[in-house]
Design a protein around this ligand. Structure first.
Ligand code: NZQ
Ligand code: ZN
Length: 390
């Protein structure tokens, strides 16, 4: 294992179908006024909102509501949340929802006490809040498995006016103080979002796995997580109410992107960069945008990254490879990935999710491009990948 790193993850997790019971104890650590961020109403329809509000009220908390945090939260909504938090002197933030609500809550928490242009500072310039700046603590009650936002510092915001989606990974101070993960809460996620979440998890692992050639413990962890995800995904698409599969998916999602797998890895993340730009133009679910560009991307990465693609084929997809060349084995691995994507119902082209040819220049322009994984792509390569993904 090459590379130097430090490892620290401050997020406390409560996992399981009784995990919401721990909210009562956890709340003692935070002040009286809570900003409750949630989405467009699913938590009201499935009853989770009522359960959470009852616990907050019983503890005597003052609840400042901030509903309608949209999927792929916008800059405009970020401004609104910052304003609400400032006007109400909130002490902490509780995110109730999927990755969008968790991400958004971190964005608000970082920005409330920042005196300058937080969009410019944190997202466009990729800086962290200055040392000593006050930051609101965030807790998450996660309702959808996918992003890993429940245990990382990531926060992705879309400037809807400019069709520009950009993430910032904040330092430890913005990681949730606690996250409550109840797999039962994910059982009402719409079918398309569930599938998008499944591929998001898979791709988070792949983005870290497909880099470097050294023997690294992280890659063995990644292979185990991918195998668990593939097994559980096949169960959950047939029976969305399967608790065991849901719980494995939720746990895998957390470990896929909670700062562990990247230890000692240079990482890739270009599928995400392209996928974010596709999302900014199509507004399709995040995981769908990743799925739709993946085959074209990984076919291109296969040549420079051949040994890792052979390993992926053998250790994740059980390709035996007897009598096959390395290229054939790697190709068979990608075919197995594609077959799995089709089996669970993911889009394989960007046209399926609403992209049109005339969007390609704009999507290319919005893709943040840097040397990563096994390639050093330029914008003309991004255009080709998008054309191949049509
Ligand atoms: O609006 P609500 O009512 O909450 O409905 C949501 C939303 O429409 C719904 N949903 C969530 N839980 C549900 C439910 N519906 C019924 N029952 C439930 N239990 O599902 C829809 C999608 O939710 P969203 O939070 O948008 O999905 P996801 O968790 O995939 O988050 C996507 C956002 O996270 C960012 C993405 O770019 C995107 O903006 N990401 C964050 C990352 C991070 N923090 O590290 C990394 C990821 O790569 C990703 O970029
Ligand atoms: Zn993702």
């Amino acid at each position: 294992m090459q590379g130097n790193f430090s490892y620290h993850n401050p997020t406390k997790l409560y996992f399981g179908d009784e995990s919401l019971n721990y909210l009562k104890d956890e709340m003692k650590n935070f002040g009286p006024v809570v900003l409750l961020n949630y989405g467009s109403g699913s938590v009201k329809r499935n009853g989770i909102y009522d359960q959470v509000v009852a616990i907050l009220k019983a503890a005597g908390k003052t609840i400042v509501e901030n509903p309608d945090v949209m999927s792929n939260p916008t800059l405009e909504k970020l401004h609104e949340g910052v304003k609400i938090a400032r006007e109400n002197n909130v002490d902490w933030i509780l995110a109730l929802g999927g990755g969008s609500v968790c991400d958004y809550s971190k964005g608000v928490a970082a920005s409330v006490f920042y005196e300058g242009d937080y969009w410019n500072q944190f997202w466009l310039n990729q800086q962290n809040p200055p040392v000593g700046q006050k930051i609101l603590p965030v807790g998450c009650i996660l309702t959808m498995a996918g992003t890993g936002s429940e245990m990382n510092g990531g926060c992705v915001i879309t400037d809807a006016e400019k069709n520009f989606k950009v993430g910032h990974v904040f330092d430890d101070r913005l990681m949730p103080k606690f996250s409550i993960l109840n797999p039962k809460f994910t059982m009402t996620v719409p079918d398309n979002q569930m599938k998008a979440g499944l591929y998001d998890i898979m791709n988070h692992i792949m983005e870290q796995y497909f880099s470097d050639f050294d023997d690294n413990t992280s890659d063995y962890l990644s292979e185990g997580l991918m195998r668990s995800l593939i097994t559980a995904s096949r169960i959950v698409v047939k029976n969305p109410q399967d608790y065991e599969a849901r719980s494995n998916i939720m746990w895998t999602a957390t470990w896929a992107l909670n700062t562990l797998l990247k230890c000692g890895k240079s990482q890739d993340w270009m599928v995400h960069m392209i996928g974010h730009s596709v999302g900014a133009w199509t507004h399709a679910p995040h995981g769908y945008c990743l799925a739709a560009v993946s085959m074209a991307y990984y076919r291109r990465a296969m040549k420079p990254g051949l040994p890792k693609f052979v390993r992926f084929a053998k250790n994740v997809w059980d390709i035996q490879g007897n009598g096959m060349t390395d290229e054939q084995i790697a190709e068979a691995g990608l075919e197995a990935l594609k077959a799995w994507m089709l089996e669970i119902g993911l889009p394989l082209t960007i046209s399926e999710i609403g992209a049109t040819t005339d969007m390609i220049p704009g999507i290319t322009k919005g893709t943040i491009c840097y040397p990563a994984g096994y390639m050093d792509l330029k914008s003309e390569d991004i255009t080709e990948i998008l054309q191949e993904s049509m």
